[in-house]
Design a protein around this ligand. Structure first.
Ligand SMILES: NC(=O)c1ccc[n+]([C@@H]2O[C@H](COP(=O)([O-])OP(=O)(O)OC[C@H]3O[C@@H](n4cnc5c(N)ncnc54)[C@H](O)[C@@H]3O)[C@@H](O)[C@H]2O)c1
Ligand SMILES: O[C@H]1[C@H](O)[C@@H](O)[C@H](O)[C@@H](O)[C@H]1O
Length: 337
């Protein structure tokens, strides 16, 4: 049986997910695509020779009886609305990060899903599906470096456009670390602080870049994350775990080492599409398989909520300059760890 999927948002990642569902993954077909720019949706479909319906309204796509599951790949502020609508229609939904723009918004999704009585939401946090992060988690769990004490991380993008503002460094970019580091350490955050170093001249008027985010977890691990979205040189994700007896680092993506012209060099990727290409494949295949088995197991609405509680504290810390508490509601039994 093919799972019939409708996609809302045919931009960069929407096109990528349409491509992978249609040409890479097993067991799904794209039957409908929606975008406020209907022409963009049409060209995404025709470029792949698909016969999908085109909607300019995401709600009409969700209501289409042929659509069995929904992918939300539209702009961040639209996620909550479409995810709630899919839940109301009883349709499983894969929603790109962030699940909503605030913890309050995520909480509305959590509550709606619990009222529906079964898991219907998977959040597009793909890093837990990345081979490198999985190997790092395994090394920590096996005690290879002893108890983790500190993490030094960096999330660098080559550049961003003018619509990207200071708050998005948290809600759109750091949100990946807020999810994956919690998963890596099997821990939750208790406080957050944001520090602004000297700004790069490559940032636009509405963006302070870079930023350093300092987090503390319940068990006392201290984390620093450099978010630098105009670093110019590439797309670079770093994570170093300092433990009691050693250091474990996130592996670099495989790259041939060149010795030539008196230099020793390896390539640095420039785009998230390539850096996490396999992780995106695996996360979406899991969504397709789990929907068919009626048992979603990927990053949950609760994970989306947990990341957003920390993001809210970081946003507050950007304004206050102080250490802000991260206060989560108790985890409902509906969401086992
Ligand atoms: N997991 C990841 O690593 C990852 C990577 C890239 C993007 N994303 C997320 O995916 C989403 C899309 O990002 P992108 O880079 O593809 O952006 P994009 O701007 O390239 O594409 C977004 C598309 O959504 C459409 N859109 C906006 N509002 C809409 C609405 N109400 N209904 C239908 N379509 C609408 C826009 O017209 C645009 O075509 C964002 O939320 C982003 O945070 C996640
Ligand atoms: O939407 C993208 C995407 O989530 C990337 O993984 C992240 O590195 C970027 O900062 C963000 O803008």
């Amino acid at each position: 049986m093919m799972l019939k999927i409708g996609v809302i948002g045919a931009g960069a990642i929407g096109k990528e997910h349409i491509r992978r569902c249609s040409t890479v993954l097993q067991g799904a077909s794209i039957v409908a695509v929606s975008d406020i720019n209907a022409e963009g949706a049409r060209s995404a479909v025709t470029a792949l020779g698909l016969e999908a319906k085109i909607y300019d309204d995401g709600h009409a796509l969700i209501a289409d009886p042929e659509v069995q599951a929904v992918l939300v790949t539209s702009w961040d502020p639209t996620h909550e609305e479409f995810t709630l609508a899919a839940i109301a229609a009883g349709k499983p939904v894969f929603c790109e990060k962030p699940l909503a723009m605030s913890a309050e918004g995520c909480r509305r999704i959590v509550d709606a899903e619990m009222r529906a009585g079964r898991r219907l939401v998977q959040v597009g946090f793909m890093r837990p599906y990345d081979d490198g992060y999985q190997a790092l988690k395994q090394a920590i769990a096996q005690g290879e470096v002893g108890t983790p004490l500190m993490l030094h991380c960096a999330h660098r993008n080559a550049s961003v456009n003018e619509s990207y503002s200071t708050d998005m460094a948290i809600t759109n970019t750091l949100i990946h670390e807020l999810d994956v580091l919690r998963w890596l350490l099997n821990d939750d955050y208790v406080s957050a602080q944001v520090i602004f170093p000297r700004s790069t001249r490559n940032a636009h008027a509405n963006l302070r870049d870079p930023q350093i985010v300092l987090l503390e977890t319940r068990s006392g691990v201290r984390i620093d994350v450099e978010v630098f979205v105009n670093c110019q040189y590439g797309y670079d994700i770093q994570c170093e775990v300092v433990g009691e007896s050693g250091i474990a680092r996130l592996p670099e993506p495989a790259s041939v080492q060149m010795r030539k012209q008196a230099r020793l060099a390896t390539e640095i990727l420039t785009d998230w599409k390539d850096r996490f290409i396999r992780a995106y494949d695996v996360e979406l295949q899991a969504f397709i398989d789990d929907v068919k088995a009626d048992e979603l197991r990927g990053p949950s609405a609760w994970d989306g909520y947990a990341a957003s509680v920390a993001a809210d504290a970081c946003l507050k810390a950007q304004q206050s300059g102080s250490v802000e508490p991260v206060e989560m509601a108790p985890r409902p039994d509906f969401y086992p760890r």
